[in-house]
Design a binder for this molecule. Structure first.
Ligand SMILES: [Fe+2]
Length: 437
């Protein structure tokens, strides 16, 4: 009997050891191919590439494309399938890019909408019917975060993992389609993300892969701006490349790494005004997203965020921004609270999450030794989830794409700056920078 028990123990230990060894031997997967997504012009006038985004308090912008020039920019909606009790008319645009001509791109704002409510809607008086959920007006709220998506097998895997989590809004810190001048790839990206982006708001800001300028012929962000219109007008910004919004007690800044950002720039002036207006009683948390990281110990893209950091870090610090989310580097890294290059309990936590799954592959090489502010770093594809539980606590987790499974690899509770006393201490001194003319 004793012998039998002993042999069972050995077997159990062996199984455990095998499991541990398997984890330790985890080999990061290779880049997957760009999805074969042959896009051809549709003969039908039906809506496609449908996506939604917040457009001011209790309003949502519905964006879609169709090939029929006479189709109206009309959205009908209601809380019961097939019963449309309200409707709104919007605007449409289109653009030409060398030999490419886009479909008719519609943007229609609907509302006022109830919070945390499922709505059914259709676009251009045609089917199919889409379903979306509006965000809550109070905590808790959960954000899904993934940058540098592209359209590869890994992108599909990341989107599938995000779809499995319960979240209210997708935040994307730049590099969407990797169209890189091939306009049809904007269309295929729109099709790829439609199932998710038509059901939860996708709030995006631009990366370098959105810039498609041709000297003397084309402005840099024409395709991106035409397709992914964000609520910049609603937030007093003059450019789709930077804006802000409030949701459920969170003020979110969507900044532009590829828009002018020195202290004489329009973006800087707008950011200063925007931060001066933040009311921490109404929005206890402040987040900032932009593409190029300021705190990055990966060898890829070293120093690229320097000029933006020099001008804007003092503003974010003075305003008490809690968390900064960036992309660009195709890996994951989370910092301690930092400011001015070193750990600081009153600075933001910086998270680089540019590992959505694009075709360029992962950035494997890191600077050693690890800087004191770097808490966790790994080159794998994946996505993040930020659940803001209440005015003082948020739970951040990073989910690595381990083969085709989402595996939680990093997690941390983050307490808000408002609860740590940092905001009060900064009030009289640092906030002067936000109030200066
Ligand atoms: Fe990038």
């Amino acid at each position: 009997m004793e012998l039998k028990m002993a042999s069972m123990k050995v077997a159990l230990i062996a199984v455990f050891a095998l499991f541990v060894t398997a984890r330790a031997d985890y080999v990061r997967p290779k880049t997957r191919k760009v999805l074969d997504w042959p896009w051809k012009s549709r003969e039908s006038s039906g809506p496609h590439q449908v996506h939604i985004s917040l457009a001011g308090d209790k309003h949502m912008r519905i964006s879609w494309i169709n090939e029929d020039g006479s189709s109206p920019s009309l959205v009908e909606y209601g809380t019961t399938p097939g019963v449309y009790t309200s409707s709104s008319h919007g605007e449409s645009t289109s653009y030409k890019y060398l030999f490419y001509r886009s479909g008719k791109i519609h943007h229609t704002v609907i509302g006022p909408l109830e919070d945390n409510t499922v709505y059914f809607y259709r676009c251009g008086r045609q089917g199919p019917e889409f379903r979306m959920k509006t965000p809550p007006s109070q905590f808790p709220i959960t954000f899904a975060v993934a940058g540098d998506l592209g359209q590869t097998g890994w992108t599909a895997s990341t989107l599938d993992h995000i779809d499995q989590c319960k979240y209210d809004m997708h935040l994307l810190p730049g590099d969407l389609s990797y169209a890189d001048y091939l306009q049809r790839r904007w269309d295929s990206f729109g099709e790829l993300v439609q199932p998710l982006a038509s059901s939860r708001p996708w709030m995006v800001t631009e990366g370098n892969h959105e810039e498609e300028s041709i000297p003397l012929l084309k402005d840099g962000f024409e395709s991106y701006n035409a397709r992914w219109k964000m609520p910049f007008e609603e937030s007093g910004s003059s450019s789709n490349l930077y804006y802000s919004f409030d949701v459920a007690g969170v003020h979110v800044l969507m900044l532009g790494s590829y828009a002018d950002h020195d202290e004489y720039s329009d973006q800087y002036r707008w950011l200063k005004d925007d931060l001066a207006k933040v009311d921490r009683k109404r929005t206890p948390w402040v987040l900032a997203l932009f593409h190029v990281p300021w705190y990055n110990s990966n060898k890829a893209h070293q120093g690229e965020g320097k000029s933006m950091m020099a001008s804007m870090e003092p503003l974010l610090y003075a305003a008490g921004v809690d968390i900064v989310l960036t992309g660009h580097v195709h890996a994951y890294e989370r910092s301690n609270r930092v400011n001015n290059g070193k750990s600081d309990p009153c600075g933001p936590v910086h998270i680089t999450i540019g590992d959505g799954g694009n075709q360029e592959g992962l950035a494997h090489r890191y600077i050693d030794p690890k800087p004191e502010w770097s808490m966790f770093r790994e080159a794998s594809f994946g996505h993040g989830e930020l659940k803001i539980a209440n005015s003082t606590h948020a739970f951040w987790s990073w989910h690595r794409n381990d083969d085709d499974e989402p595996v939680k690899s990093d997690e941390v509770w983050i307490t808000s700056l408002i609860s740590s006393g940092c905001i009060n201490e900064k009030k009289h001194d640092l906030r002067k920078i936000l109030m200066a003319p």
